[in-house]
Write a protein that binds this ligand. Sequence first.
Ligand code: EPU
Length: 284
Amino acid sequence: MKIERQSLSRLTTLGVGGEAEVWTPQNLPELLEAMSAPYRILGGGSNLVVSDAGLEQRVVKLGGLYSSEDLERDPSLSSDALHVTGWVGGGCALPGLVRRAQKRGLSGLEGMVGIPAQVGGAVWMNAGTRYGEMFDALYELEVVANGEARIYAPEELNYQYRSSGIPRNDIVTRVRLKLTPSTPEAVEARMTDSDTARKGQPKARTAGCAFKNPTVGGQKVSAGLLIDRAGLKGLRVGKAMIALEHGNFVVNLGGATSADVKELLRQVEQRLEVALEWEYELWE
Ligand code: EPU
């Protein structure tokens, strides 16, 4: 198994954070070894703010078996209207998976277009957009915890908006997807719709949306809209700034620290009347 000290600023999309020992297990015995001392699990690093001081715990990053992808139809579970795939590793990059499903004319992942995650992390947080979320496309998933791998049907978990209900340090190692046979053209058309929804989002270094959308008067409201209405776009601490394009994104202007990001979000929270919950993961 590869074990290497690395700067987490290079493994996260926002690009802040110090060093940690990164373990890359290739199979279950290696994964269990990696999990035998305090650890954190790293997915695509696209939702993460890591402490400037780095981490004492090891960081587990799935490799090998857990980054392979089998989209073939499992005939024993599929029908004319349902394509259940083989296993897709939690360490696979979501954008490539979405694209390959489209090329095969398989529908169900279009809503995930543009989400810069790995499959395991996207499932763990039930990532999504208003065009769909990860759990919509899950047939079953494998989770490693307490020294063993267990397979769950999605219904066995208490998943909801942006949460799978899976405890923080349990690892989503592999999933099987339930997709619908369609054509590459039809899937592409729906991907374009959902991509359009991202047009107003910054292209710079970010970690996606900082806050979950709050429920106000029984309705989900865009946190970005609330931050925008409060006049906080462009608010800056050090090299971290609230994006001019969308109020729920923090942009790293180059050399931002985790302290900058935390202070910026604290100032935003202070100036809003609605309490917001972080979507970012904070590692310290
Ligand atoms: N709006 C503003 N100003 C802003 C931001 C938004 O006026 O600064 C308005 C928009 O014009 C739109 C409405 O608010 O009328 C909703 O905005 P948007 O379509 O961007 O949706 P959102 O609720 O802010 C959610 C997800 C995004 C996802 C988009 C598109 C959350 C927290 N955010 O944003 O997901 O890309 O929908 O589907 O659920 C993420 O989770 O990291 C993320 C980026």
